[in-house]
Write a protein that binds this ligand. Sequence first.
Ligand code: PMP
Length: 376
Amino acid sequence: MSETSGAGGTGGGASGAGPRLRAVLDTIPTYKPGKPAASAGAGGPVAYKLSSNENPYPPLPGVMDTVLAAAGAFNRYPDMACTGLMAEISERFGVPMSHLATGTGSVGVAQQLLQATSGPGDEVIYAWRSFEAYPIITRISGATSVQVPLTSGEVHDLDAMADAITDRTRLIFVCNPNNPTGTVVRRAELERFLDRVPSDVLVVLDEAYREFIRDAEVPDGVEIYRERPNVAVLRTFSKAYGLAGLRVGFAIAHEPVAAALRKTAVPFGVTQLAQDAAVASLRAEDELLGRVGSLVCERTRVYEGLVAQGWTVPETQANFVWLRLGESTVSFAAACEEAGVVVRPFPGEGVRVTIGETEGNDIFLRVAESFRKERF
Ligand code: PMP
């Protein structure tokens, strides 16, 4: 049966009214963005958005000036090859330009990776729960997801992931730190895992939160990529660099993977504003990473506060914390919202709470404390 004519396909049969759509779309969960914070109405409470792992700091003035200058020319297409940005990344990471590919956020690059490697009949392995885009982009490619449960400690079960490899496996995501649990895999276990992966299977180290890591045992994916031709690294300007709204991310990968990623990119996908802002951000990296340092201090404060309240919280190396609340997830999220912070519930599982402004973090801690006293 062809993909377009499957029973229950979105578009119906030949006699149906609308165009036929791929039946696989019926099985694809919709990506749920973090809920926005209610705008502070007249006299209303200030609301803090802790639902999308964004950077709470506004753009740096210098980055803002760069974007405003680029805005004067948006009647023109951007530089399709992202030459300036690629050159900057190449120098910053010590990798050849031919090993780089950019996209509309790292989720865009992840989709390019799927398109470059996987199609119907192929398998894509990743931990679950992990970044919610993985099942979506895997289904869109036509490939099949193989989800390997996290361990009871909420960490990637790399042994089980290696056991799940078959001759149909084309790509494996390792999300490090993992979204939404914040947990990490360390150097020795990752190397042991990579030794078990056949050389024709691409392993993607998704390091969207790399800059927030303080555990010295967590390897830098770029160092691992240098040694292993079947490893690609995904990075983004959305989190530590604070450019989530501009949509730019990149991959570092060996040829021919990087070349395939450039082929599967949406032409002109990364705007000139995004390219110029990313270059300016790399040049202002000291200042931006200083902000990351402050967020890491806040993370420690929030983590320790929760532990002192009696919560079991997986150790996090990202800009968020994870509370496994099970059936209480939705009511906890509602209590947060009522108090003025919007968090990210995964109903029946838990909530992910981004480390944001101190005031927002304080509200979250207060809600967590009273919720715990009332419910547990
Ligand atoms: N990877 C992970 C693990 C993420 O959490 C996110 C953002 N939620 C992304 C990739 C994508 O981020 P962006 O597309 O903004 O680069």
